[in-house]
Design a binder for this molecule. Structure first.
Ligand code: NDP
Length: 452
């Protein structure tokens, strides 16, 4: 049977665009892509990129204070949200155009409309046009999820936070994951009075306990009003503000309330289940290690599969899909030892097992040091950093590396290579320190602080 295309991709985010570009541009396939919103997806339009620019913006107030300690005669001025927001969105427009350009230059036909799947080889566009393809790739990503409760419609999510008309004076952020913690720090840095509610005992559940404990401590030191074991009961409008009743008995009025309580895969109304594509409890597309669904011609990559919801992982999955399907080289996706960073202040960079996970698996040695870094200590700050290695007693391999420090994201990218290569503690020790840096501590820790 003749198809209109070799591949039809639904979703123009990081994963979908990469798969389409490589399939068309390098593997010579006839490819089309449909995107109902903006090209670039969550990462570029309403996630990593604008978030990181806001992280940068939020760090200047502290830098100006520190500069004074270094002898600079400068004073912090006011932060102008309107001016920043204008530049931010101009940058996002520029990046979106680059994404469109990538598709066009690689010969991918794009459709600026929603697409749904009607049979294993046919998609239907919003205008009713049907297109056939030998393979269909679902790369529709995810969307913020907020549980329903009285007044939940008054909450904003991370999607709206980049579009605020004005910075709130007083803001509540709900959740204890990546997004909640990052935005608590960003808003705090921009001068907003931030309260954060997290229902559990400590933020950043699942990460190394010592590391998340330090992040939490430093966030509080920096002025985030963090309430652990606390959730929202109900909310009501009070003029253009929001009155919030919390489980700890507090009743407070905030200018804005942002929920960052997880994300759910975008599969509603895509037509997948009717075709026999298996969906999980959250609506995620179930796939095998080659990103293939239960319907052989349909594949799925990225957040819609709810495996590891990170941009570089979606890109890897897209590349592996093309290698498997268009180059005859079956390539499973390697989800082991993925380094990641949480852009809180201070940042956390992490790869491999937490101390707790490793100790459950085997006997370990823990090497850790926490200290006041030179640059901030000189400026009179009490901020501490953490460098930590979790080492297998039997093989001496570094099972986990956890860094809490300014620039931890940059550091963990490099430490991640060593850990991925299977470096032992002795390999770290053989490496000469770069002095004076914070990360030199990773190669100079002699005695374990704990054996478990
Ligand atoms: P997470 O799943 O990381 O965190 C969700 C948080 O919300 C958890 O603290 C969770 O609590 C809490 N929560 C869930 N449901 C409720 C509820 N009904 N009431 C109150 N609290 C609730 O999601 P995020 O939205 O922060 O981020 C989504 C994903 O995006 C991340 O997992 C990550 O993969 C990705 N991301 C990566 C970034 C990076 O690489 N720097 C940055 C931002 C996002 P509990 O712990 O108790 O379950």
């Amino acid at each position: 049977m003749d198809f209109d295309y070799d591949l039809f991709v639904i979703g123009g985010g990081s994963g979908g665009v990469r798969a389409a570009r490589v399939a068309a541009g390098e593997a010579g396939a006839r490819v089309a892509l449909a995107e109902e919103d903006r090209y670039g997806g969550t990462c570029v339009i309403r996630g990593c990129v604008p978030k990181k620019l806001m992280v940068f913006a939020s760090e200047y107030a502290g830098m100006v204070e520190d500069a004074q300690s270094y002898g600079w005669d400068i004073k912090p001025g006011a932060f102008d949200w309107t001016s920043f927001k204008g530049k931010l969105h101009a940058e996002l427009d520029r990046l979106e155009n680059i994404y469109r350009g990538i598709l066009k230059n690689n010969g991918v036909e794009s459709f600026d409309q929603r697409a749904t799947v009607v049979d294993p080889h046919t998609v239907e566009l919003a205008d009713g046009t049907r297109k056939t393809a030998k393979h269909i790739l679902i790369a529709t990503g995810g969307t913020p999820s907020i549980a329903e409760f009285p007044g939940s419609d008054l909450a904003i999510s991370s999607n709206e936070v980049f579009h605020l008309d004005a910075l709130p004076e007083k803001m509540l952020i709900v959740g204890g994951g990546y997004i909640a913690c990052e935005f608590a720090c960003i808003m705090n840095g921009l001068g907003v009075e931030v309260t954060q509610y997290y229902r559990g005992a400590q933020i950043l559940r699942g990460f190394d306990e010592e590391a998340r404990g330090l992040v939490s401590e430093e966030m509080c030191q920096n002025g985030v009003n963090l309430h652990l074991g606390t959730n929202v009961l109900e909310m009501s409008a009070e003029g253009d503000k929001v009155r919030v009743k919390a489980t700890n008995g507090d009743e407070t009025v905030f200018d804005k309330v942002m929920f960052a309580t997880g994300r759910k895969p975008n599969t509603d109304g895509l037509g997948l289940e009717a075709l026999g594509v298996e969906l999980g409890r959250k609506g995620e597309v179930k796939v095998d290690e080659y990103s293939q669904t239960a319907v052989p011609s349909i594949y799925a990559i990225g957040d819609v599969t709810d495996r590891v919801n990170l941009t570089p992982v979606a890109i890897r999955e897209g590349m592996a899909f093309v290698e498997t399907v268009f180059r005859g080289n079956p390539t499973p996706v390697d989800h082991a030892l993925i380094p990641t960073a949480i852009f809180t202040q201070p940042e956390m960079g992490t790869v491999g097992l937490s101390e707790e996970e490793a100790a459950e698996q085997e006997e370990i040695e823990v090497y850790a040091t926490s200290f006041k870094p030179m640059q901030q200590a000189f400026a009179g700050r009490s901020q501490r950093v953490l460098m930590k290695l979790v080492v297998s007693k039997a093989t001496r391999k570094v099972l986990g590396c956890h860094i809490v420090a300014p620039g931890a994201g940059e550091m963990i990218q490099l430490a991640g290579i060593a850990v991925k290569m299977g470096a032992t503690k002795e390999d770290f020790d053989r490496t000469v320190a770069v002095h004076p840096t914070m990360s030199e501590e990773l190669v100079t820790m002699r005695q374990p602080v704990r054996r478990l």
